[in-house]
Design a protein around this ligand. Structure first.
Ligand code: GUN
Length: 291
């Protein structure tokens, strides 16, 4: 079993981006600038956004963190997005999800202009991805593709089973793995909460991408010997013995699945770090296209 180490793979991406930024700055150009919007005080969202901002500064990107109270009116958020859309010094905009109930998430996603939509959630980018056109790829599936590339894992002709059909992970992941490209060309099955015989389908998988958000859902008896296992889950599970009062659990029962897998991502330290690498790559792309 080989551990797919997100620290090592994401470091390689960040080193290369850092060099790109240094080259731009040496040419007298400004650095790429990401604006991140966080609404409310969701603990997990706070952690993710803080990590995104920290990673920006580590590679030389500029970043702005814009915070709003949990109870803001939707129009306040939409006005801020309009301002950032029109600000030529901002290259990428992300609004951390989920949003509070009074805010229509889809409206917010569609308010960000496609050219600055570094999350790749806008229907224009989602549509381009589906048609195989250049677009911003949602950061988590993008990060997984970067992970496959870093470890040179051959995917051609393999059967990939994606568990989960969200717009953020499952759906775009299925498109990327089935696309006619390096680290694509898989036969893809998408499973979800209504899938019959999930265990039997998973047992046929050469690659499993678990993105359903249920801690330790994928057990050893669902995994074929030698399968490649990608764990997208990051759920906080209460644990009084842990310092913070919770532990981060993936969607895969790592200890029992790892001995059967040829490659497996740990949680934490796997896909989460690659997501940030994907976001940073999108931000540089936005900067270059918007110049
Ligand atoms: N919430 C969970 N994943 C993501 C992500 O990739 N981007 C944003 N903006 N919110 C998220």
């Amino acid at each position: 079993m080989i551990l797919l180490d997100g620290k090592i793979a994401s470091q390689s991406v960040r080193d290369s981006l850092k060099q790109d930024v240094a080259n731009l700055v040496n040419q007298g150009k400004r650095a790429p600038h990401l604006a991140a919007i966080l609404v409310g005080n969701n603990g997990a969202s706070e952690t993710y956004v803080a990590s995104k901002v920290k990673n920006c500064s580590e590679i030389g990107f500029q970043s702005s963190l814009i915070r709003f109270e949990e109870n803001i009116h939707e129009s306040v958020l939409l006005d801020k997005i309009a301002e950032l859309n029109n600000d030529p010094s901002i290259d990428g905009i992300l609004v951390q999800l989920p949003l509070p109930k009074q805010i229509n998430e889809q409206k917010v996603i569609e308010a960000i202009i496609a050219e600055k939509d570094v999350d790749g959630f806008h229907p224009v980018n989602a549509g381009k991805l589906m048609q195989g056109l250049p677009s911003f790829i949602p950061a988590t599936p993008y990060g997984i593709m970067l992970m496959l590339e870093y470890y040179k894992i051959s995917t051609k002709g393999k059967h990939a089973v994606v568990i989960g059909r969200s717009n953020i992970v499952g759906r775009p992941m299925s498109i990327l793995l089935s696309s006619n490209s390096a680290y694509g060309n898989c036969t893809v099955t998408i499973c979800h909460s209504h899938t019959h015989n999930l265990k039997e389908i998973c047992l046929q998988a050469d690659i499993i991408v678990a993105a359903l958000g249920r801690p330790e859902f994928v057990k050893a008896d669902m995994v074929k010997e030698g399968a490649i296992v990608i764990d997208v889950g990051i759920t906080r599970v209460e644990d009084a013995t842990a310092k913070k009062g919770f532990r981060i659990k993936g969607d895969v029962a790592f200890d029992e699945v790892a001995p059967k897998a040829s490659y497996i991502t740990p949680v934490p330290g796997g896909v989460g770090l690659m997501t940030i690498a994907g976001l940073l790559k999108n931000t540089l792309q936005a900067y270059l296209q918007n110049q």
